[in-house]
Design a protein around this ligand. Structure first.
Ligand SMILES: Cc1cc2nc3c(=O)[nH]c(=O)nc-3n(C[C@H](O)[C@H](O)[C@H](O)COP(=O)(O)OP(=O)(O)OC[C@H]3O[C@@H](n4cnc5c(N)ncnc54)[C@H](O)[C@@H]3O)c2cc1C
Length: 336
């Protein structure tokens, strides 16, 4: 199919922060052949950025290169193996449409990740996670196309170095375009309801199924998080930090009420939202930027904020937390 290049177009409709910057060149792709054709004809620029839902990006300036807007679709059943099904999913499929598809077909494993914005192809980039699950739990492999050569490469899950909001793809961004993701799901009821808020939401339901879990997750998320259509945002702006035993020990003496989760390697995960709240940033507004009152980890655009204003606001939060707790919060959002 013919792909159409556009020049100097606004990226406002393509990012959930609703930042009004422009892209020098912009192209929408719908198939693997589209992207291979673009590469073959030498259209890839030195700066090329793939976007899906634009729900994990903060644009701070006009993009001086090519933006590839990925709409590669399709969900196909590759095979069934006993009580497992293997699905191949186009990277431009909306993530939550895929979760709904799984629930509709009685496939278990994706339901805890309901209602996360964005596309299937971006899900492995930061290994999306929520309510005790992460996408790496159900990924078998990812097919990507190398921008420089146009060659296809299959990344097995073991190759991806998945961790908390981490994958190999973050080491060399803008090198591969993921074209499809292969998932393994279960047809047997195997629910993961260990996460306290989810367990609480489900307690009135006898023998919940994946649809009940999905609905419960959606209810919690709607209560807690701003709808990007109403208030521009990209979900959690920072990652939850992991600290060493020695720092944790000195902090817990000073702040005995500090929540934390201990990991096997003697590292301690501390909720970034708690750290931010302790520094007085919960519900705080400055100009067109604010933290969300029920979840201060989310920074919102009240309407006309620029990417730079949001970044300044985030940096000031970072400085406060560093000063008070000696912890440097790392952004979860990609800053472009
Ligand atoms: C309200 C809200 C709630 C959120 N909640 C969660 C949550 O609970 N858990 C969580 O983990 N995240 C959450 N997020 C963040 C976001 O939804 C995820 O990171 C999502 O996977 C981003 O998908 P996207 O298609 O929008 O990616 P984009 O923002 O378009 O891109 C993100 C990055 O991935 C790259 N990329 C995108 N597509 C491809 C591709 N096909 N191939 C190669 N690289 C690609 C981009 O270049 C960029 O570096 C939330 C965001 C919002 C707005």
């Amino acid at each position: 199919m013919l792909v159409l290049f556009k020049e100097n177009i606004s990226l406002r409709p393509y990012n959930t922060f609703h930042i009004d910057v422009s892209a020098k060149r912009f192209v929408t792709i719908r198939t693997l052949e589209d992207i291979q054709g673009i590469i073959k004809k030498g259209h890839i620029l030195r700066r090329t950025l793939v976007i899906g839902g634009g729900s994990n990006i903060l644009f701070t300036q006009d993009y001086p290169g090519l933006v590839v807007y990925n709409r590669i679709g399709g969900i196909t059943l590759f095979k069934e193996e006993g009580d497992k099904v293997i699905l191949d999913v186009g990277s431009g499929v909306t993530w939550d449409r895929f979760v709904q598809y799984c629930v509709d077909h009685g496939y278990y494993g994706a339901e805890n990740l309901s209602y996360i914005p964005g596309t299937v192809g971006a899900a492995p980039i930061q290994n999306i996670g929520a309510y005790g699950a992460q996408v790496s739990d159900i990924i078998l492999s990812i097919t990507g196309v190398d921008f420089r050569t146009g060659t296809k490469r299959i990344f097995l899950r073991e190759d991806c170095d998945f961790g908390y909001r981490r994958s190999i793809f973050q080491l060399a961004p803008d090198t591969y375009l993921n074209t499809s993701v292969r998932f393994r799901l279960s047809t047997q009821p195997t629910l993961n309801t260990s996460y306290p808020a989810l367990a609480n939401e489900l307690k009135k339901i006898k023998n919940p199924g994946p649809e009940d879990v999905r609905n419960a997750v959606i209810r919690i998320r709607r209560r807690k998080l701003p709808d990007p259509e109403q208030r521009g945002n990209a979900g959690s702006f920072f990652k939850n930090p992991f600290v060493e035993h020695s720092l944790w020990e000195s902090l817990i003496k000073e702040f005995p009420e500090m929540p934390y989760h201990k990991y096997e390697d003697d590292k301690f995960k501390i909720p970034a939202a708690w750290l931010i709240e302790q520094c007085g940033w919960k519900g705080k507004q400055r100009g067109q930027c604010a933290t969300w009152p029920s979840q201060p980890l989310v920074i919102v655009n009240l309407g006309k904020a620029t990417g730079e204003e949001i970044l300044d606001f985030a940096r000031d939060i970072q400085k406060s937390v560093k000063k008070r707790f000696n912890i440097l919060l790392a952004p979860e959002v990609r800053i472009v």
